[in-house]
Design a protein around this ligand. Structure first.
Ligand code: PDD
Length: 281
């Protein structure tokens, strides 16, 4: 596999990043995941805009290659022959010579830029989309700026492990009694013809897939309510689902051991997934 590191295309085993990189020492970096279907990048502009915002919020300088990122994504998809899969992009505050809590001088420390691809044949036909996902709820103990897509992913990773241990597929995180989001996705319930999902704030990531799906839902004459909901309300919903760049729209069939509806993926969720895949490709 060919990867991109700090201006160079390299075989993955020749790519190097400093041990002083602030993402390695302090999780001081941001990332994006853009999916690829039929060799085509899905919603690149949305991901690039959110990346720019994440960098701004953390005062990380835009790297010199920022304006070439689309070209770099396309080149990696091409050289690695990706039909279905994803491109992972990470930008960090860079690697000053020492470990220091104080940010390095942006004049002398260039951000680190890393991109690689992951091949996922048949990404859009994943068996999970037909089977549906089982969710557990866990407390949301992440920091307060979840709108910034940082590489601090330890708690989401632990959440996923808690779910696996409990025989489930993923976890929804709960803060002050209300669902924030999934470990790596946004969370939704459906009651009747209404899709309910938490409103945008610093408490959740502003999902690129979320924006597209809510737009398509309105076009398909479904109602959208952006408001808080509890796990108890979710357990009584007709349907539930998650969205992310890598999962698209994925049905949820069980929450904390309680089956939703008849325990199979809901019809409205299936329809939304179909519309999303049709419109995005
Ligand atoms: N995760 N919320 C969280 C906490 C996420 O990590 C993600 C994405 C989303 C969905 O955002 P989008 O629709 O823009 O992918 C919501 C990516 C896919 C990941 O970490 O792999």
């Amino acid at each position: 596999r060919t990867v991109f590191v700090n201006g160079e295309y390299l075989p993955e085993d020749e790519a190097k990043v400093s041990i002083f990189d602030r993402a390695f020492l302090m999780a001081d970096g941001v990332y994006e995941v853009t999916s690829v279907l039929d060799g085509k990048l899905i919603d690149f502009d949305g991901h690039a805009k959110r990346l720019e915002r994440s960098l701004n919020e953390l005062d990380i300088r835009k790297p010199a290659v920022f304006d070439d990122l689309l070209e770099i994504h396309r080149e990696l998809v091409r050289v690695n022959g990706i039909e279905d899969g994803l491109v992972y992009l990470q930008i960090t505050r860079g690697a000053p010579g020492d470990r220091d809590f104080v940010f390095p001088d942006p004049e002398t420390t260039e951000p680190t830029v890393v991109l690689f691809t992951q091949n996922k044949p048949g990404l859009a036909d994943s068996p999970a989309a037909k089977a549906g996902m089982k969710i557990i709820s866990i407390e949301d103990v992440r920091w307060g700026r979840r709108d910034i897509k940082t590489v601090q992913l330890l708690y989401p990773s632990m959440g996923k492990m808690m779910a696996k241990k409990a025989g489930a597929d993923d976890a929804w995180m709960v803060q002050d009694g209300y669902v924030t989001e999934g470990t790596s996705n946004n969370a939704y319930i459906i009651k009747g013809n209404t899709i309910i999902t938490r409103a945008l704030s610093n408490d959740i990531l502003h999902g690129i897939t979320r924006a597209a799906v809510l737009r398509f839902a309105k076009e398909a004459q479904m109602q959208v309510e952006e408001r808080n909901f509890t796990i108890d309300e979710a357990k009584e919903a007709d349907e539930a689902f998650i969205t992310s760049a890598s999962a698209f729209v994925m049905p949820v069939i069980e929450i904390d051991g309680v089956s939703l509806g008849d325990g199979t993926p809901g019809a409205r969720t299936a329809r939304l997934r179909e519309i999303y895949l049709d419109e995005s490709r």
